[in-house]
Design a protein. Structure first.
Length: 253
């Protein structure tokens, strides 16, 4: 048995990874390609061209504004037109806005919820409709957060959206398992990405966070990629509705 035919091989599969211009999304896209998948990499606020170029012929770059209610369908249709199908959907795109809850504007609230939660539902629905029509198995992996479990500070919309991602994951898993579609989520811990730059630059908060993490370090985007490959592979065929924390031990502390 070759590595591509192993439990974790993804040869012959087409994956769509949102928010893949950098950080966790780019790391996941690279890992899926290394496992054999063709990969559609999406850029929201910035293009994912560099990610696609680094992967090579197995990848193509797409742009769509997921803060718009029309963005998810535009993205899915473009990917479908290029690759003919989507077997693996990784809903990674996300944004964060920090402000005191009493000052948080409804405009900022709605934008965060659209990108982090509503677009996840829209893309999952589009992928599932096609998979069900084709009677094909599929995998949907949503990127949740430690704030799917905790409230956070000055990020009410982010916490609400990521709590919603965890519950949406379970709800969709319940409905689509009968169709051979597994829906799971990864809850990253404190990962060194652009979203956490403000925390890492705050000497006090950085120290407090590191003191709480048993692993003693910030996670790297590549720390999430292996779990994503597992959840996209046949090795996880009997796992659905799960939210897997990849957090260096934070939640167990």
């Amino acid at each position: 048995m070759t590595s591509r035919e192993s439990l974790f091989g993804l040869e012959g599969k087409v994956a769509l990874v949102t928010g893949a211009a950098g950080g966790i999304g780019a790391a996941i896209a690279h890992a899926l390609a290394e496992a054999g998948a063709e990969v559609a990499v999406h850029g929201n606020r910035r293009p994912a061209d560099e990610t696609a170029e680094a992967i090579g012929a197995q990848a193509a770059s797409f742009s769509a504004d997921l803060s718009s209610s029309e963005g998810p369908e535009q993205l899915y249709r473009a990917v479908h037109a290029r690759f003919g199908r989507v077997d693996l959907l990784i809903n990674n795109a996300g944004m964060i806005h920090r402000d005191a809850a009493e000052d948080f504007s409804l405009e900022d609230w709605n934008r965060v919820l659209q990108v982090n939660l509503t677009s996840v539902f829209q893309l999952s629905q589009l992928a599932a409709r096609d998979l069900i029509a084709r009677k094909a198995p599929g995998k949907i992996v949503n990127i949740a957060s430690l704030l799917s479990f905790q409230g956070g500070i000055r990020v009410p919309a982010y916490a609400a959206s990521k709590g919603g991602v965890a519950q949406l994951t379970k709800a969709l898993a319940n409905e689509w398992a009968v169709h051979g579609i597994q829906v799971n989520a990864i809850a990253p811990g404190y990962i060194a990405t652009a979203n956490t730059e403000a925390l890492r630059n705050d000497e006090t908060r950085n120290r407090q966070i590191l003191e709480r993490i048993p692993a003693g370090r910030w996670g790297q985007p590549e720390d999430i990629a292996g779990t994503a490959v597992f959840l996209c592979s046949r090795a996880s065929n009997y796992i659905t509705g799960s939210v897997i924390a990849v957090d260096g031990g934070w939640l167990g502390r």
